[in-house]
Design a protein around this ligand. Structure first.
Ligand code: UGB
Length: 599
């Protein structure tokens, strides 16, 4: 009471709320007015932020926390009454007729799309010191994930305008969710690279706030161990993206601007955009309000399983069951072996890759009701079996893929399964943990993430009639055995869709395993090329270059690097290899016109 004069009327209301919610321990030991007044004000500034950034405010946070902590203490099963079964969805096979039909539909729809990248996570499993979107997607060109994503959105924007005969391109909005851990570095990466060619106004950064930590089962908020005038905070999870899009007014702006589809994706999946046009085509054709992208999943792989949950009362939903919950859920519901591979060699539950496509209209209507609040969970680490005290403070968390949990049964929720080789190659695990992944399961490491790009591009070229791509060799890097294919990379504007790739390749060409092929331009046509070495072709938008003949040189050999060798930059050593760029044929065509490179 003595310190009340320091506070604004709104802050006095917040103080009353905290007392009513049994949180007076936060300020009972505060000194007399005149001592640490600045810190006291800063404390209430923080409370104001925590209150306004959570749908329903801090009182609601504390109330929900009490319920979830009590359920956790009594061991209440979050899936009580639900039986899991394998759901049915759309299965796409890259490059076949159905796939190409959906791809075409998706490119048309793209002009009504907006993209949302969730990039607030630090990637604790990877342990990389920088932000993950700044990591090279592959080290042949060195283009980072963010550059790759932006160039794909721009290529899609242009392609969509072209196929729909639009006079002027509609800028596809691109939002990035950041956090205190990633915001400044994401901004800096964009600014220092001129937004990778995107208009600055096209990009919106939305910063998520952390949430208050909880110190006991009564949901008493925890004070920061370093500063008794601050509440300790931790990340709330990627589920924040919905509330942020809503509260920032971005969704409303998008709706006014005619956006129909909102596509969510994660920070390090170097293949995803190969699957985007077709999966958007599925959403548009099937009229899905929510469409999640999935891939075949190995049992126990650290990706969630898309599951049909049917309740004893008749309700049912198709939803992600997170990787740590799927096995116990199966065991508890009559499957004593838990999460195991079936005769296909994969778990029968498709793996969620957290690429969600929402139809904006129904999504916005739902958010008007919920404010974007997502069903949360709590995961306290208890000191002992009595579950009365925590080892360290905990907090509520939420996941973006849990959005459909609050939807009515009438909502059209579907999913699309794509081949993993063309849709999913995340960089999540550090080399040490990746090397421990059970044999046959994907590593999800910087090594596998890069090799997957070469594999996918090589396989796509193999799908085009007349291109012979030599078989890969098996090699071990950082304790992980991977297939090493020719290092084939191209700019999104060269080969956005399979149809585009087909148009750029003619005649009969071959690429040997030791080769590198980098295509950095829009109109580069490969015709009767025999490549055994390294070839890098760069062209301006006005240039049209025909590339053929026989290229043979020493090329770019792969040299092993140990991840513990700190003399090598971190972004390289986490891959376990680097290129020895010994000899290459490198050509640039910056001027407009028609050119021929006949090697
Ligand atoms: N992220 C944020 O933006 N903010 C946060 O507070 C936390 C994360 P992780 P996770 O597809 O491979 C998810 O840590 O959460 C961003 C799915 O839940 O990489 O362990 C972060 O920057 C799981 O079902 O993954 O697992 C990153 O872009 C499975 O599908 C994204 O959120 C798995 O991803 C994901 O964060 C997968």
């Amino acid at each position: 009471h003595k310190n009340l004069s320091l506070l604004s009327p709104d802050q006095i209301e917040l103080a009353k709320m905290l007392v009513a919610m049994e949180q007076s321990h936060l300020f009972t030991n505060w000194p007399e007015p005149g001592v640490d007044d600045g810190e006291k004000k800063a404390f209430f500034d923080q409370v104001t932020r925590l209150n306004s950034s959570y749908p329903g405010g801090l009182a609601s946070y504390i109330k929900t926390a009490r319920g979830l902590l009590s359920d956790s203490k009594t061991g209440k099963n979050p899936f009580d009454g639900f039986t899991p079964s394998v759901p049915t969805g759309e299965n796409l096979s890259y490059g076949d007729e159905t796939f190409m039909k959906f791809e075409e539909a998706g490119v048309k729809e793209a002009q009504n799309a907006a993209f949302v990248l969730v990039a607030g996570g630090l990637g604790e499993r990877l342990g990389y010191n920088g932000i993950k979107v700044a990591l090279p997607r592959e080290t042949t060109t060195g283009a980072c994930f963010l550059q790759h994503y932006i160039e794909n959105v721009l290529a899609l924007q242009e392609a969509s305008c072209k196929v729909t005969g639009g006079q002027s391109e509609r800028d596809i909005p691109f939002a990035i969710m950041t956090s205190d851990d990633t915001h400044a570095r994401t901004m800096q990466l964009l600014e220092s690279n001129k937004y990778f060619g995107m208009k600055p106004a096209q990009i919106k950064l939305l910063k998520q706030e952390k949430v208050a930590c909880l110190e006991d089962n009564d949901a008493r908020l925890a004070l920061d161990p370093q500063n008794k005038f601050r509440i300790q905070t931790k990340p709330h999870g990627h589920g924040d993206v919905h509330a942020l899009l809503y509260s920032s007014g971005v969704l409303e702006e998008w709706q006014r601007g005619g956006v129909r589809w909102v596509l969510f994706f994660q920070d390090t999946n170097g293949l995803l955009f190969k699957a985007i046009p077709a999966s958007l085509g599925v959403s548009a054709t099937k009229g899905y309000h929510v469409n999640s992208l999935a891939v075949p999943r190995k049992a126990k792989e650290a990706i969630g399983g898309i599951t049909k949950l049917t309740h004893t009362d008749g309700r049912s939903m198709v939803i992600n069951v997170e990787y740590n919950q799927l096995d116990p859920l199966l065991r508890a519901t009559g499957n004593p072996d838990g999460d195991v591979n079936c005769e296909t060699g994969y778990s029968p539950f498709p793996g969620n890759i957290n690429q969600l496509i929402m139809e904006l209209g129904p999504y916005f209507e739902e958010l008007k009701k919920t404010g974007g609040a997502i069903k949360e969970f709590v995961n306290p680490k208890y000191k002992d079996a009595s579950k009365t005290a925590f080892k360290s403070s905990t907090r509520l968390e939420c996941m973006m893929q849990d959005y459909p949990k609050t939807l009515p049964p009438s909502a059209r929720v579907g999913f699309t399964v794509m081949d993993a080789w063309v849709a999913y190659a995340p960089v999540k695990n550090n080399p040490e943990d990746a090397a421990k992944v059970p044999k046959g399961n994907p590593y999800h490491s910087a090594t596998s993430g890069e090799m997957a790009v070469y594999r996918a591009n090589s396989l796509i070229l193999r799908n085009v009639a007349g291109v012979q791509v030599e078989d890969p060799v098996q090699q071990e890097f950082n304790g992980q055995e991977v297939e090493v294919w020719p290092r084939v990379v191209w700019k999104p504007k060269w080969g956005l869709t399979f149809a585009d790739v087909k148009k750029k390749v003619a005649g009969s060409s071959s690429i040997s395993q030791k080769s590198t092929l980098a295509l950095k331009g829009r109109n580069i046509f490969i015709e009767n090329l025999s490549l055994d070495g390294a070839l890098v072709v760069e062209s301006g938008d006005g240039a049209e270059v025909k590339v053929g003949g026989s290229v043979k040189n020493k090329g770019w050999a792969i040299e092993k690097v140990d991840y513990k060798d700190t003399s090598v930059p971190e972004e390289i050593r986490i891959r376990g290899f680097r290129f020895q760029k010994t000899e290459q044929l490198e050509k640039q065509y910056t001027e407009p016109g028609k050119f021929e490179l006949k090697a």
